[in-house]
Design a protein around this ligand. Structure first.
Ligand code: SF4
Length: 64
């Protein structure tokens, strides 16, 4: 499920150092692929440089 970003999310992301991107996931390998074979483009950190990008958290995310 995608959730729209808002100012509260952006402020709390910084304040609580939230982690949900592939770059912070134990399943992201050195070739920048998901070892489970999932597409990564909607979970990568760079996607959220766009403040209008909806939030989509991967159900397989495994914090490093
Ligand atoms: S499990 Fe999800 S968050 Fe982790 S690397 Fe794969 S696609 Fe990214």
């Amino acid at each position: 499920m995608e959730v729209p970003q808002d100012e509260t999310f952006r402020e709390e992301r910084e304040r609580f150092a939230l982690r949900w991107n592939c770059e912070d996931c134990a399943l992201f390998d050195e070739q920048e692929r998901c070892v489970h074979g999932f597409p990564t483009h909607r979970h990568r950190r760079s996607r959220y440089l766009d403040p209008s990008a909806p939030i989509l958290i991967c159900k397989e995310f495994d914090l490093l």
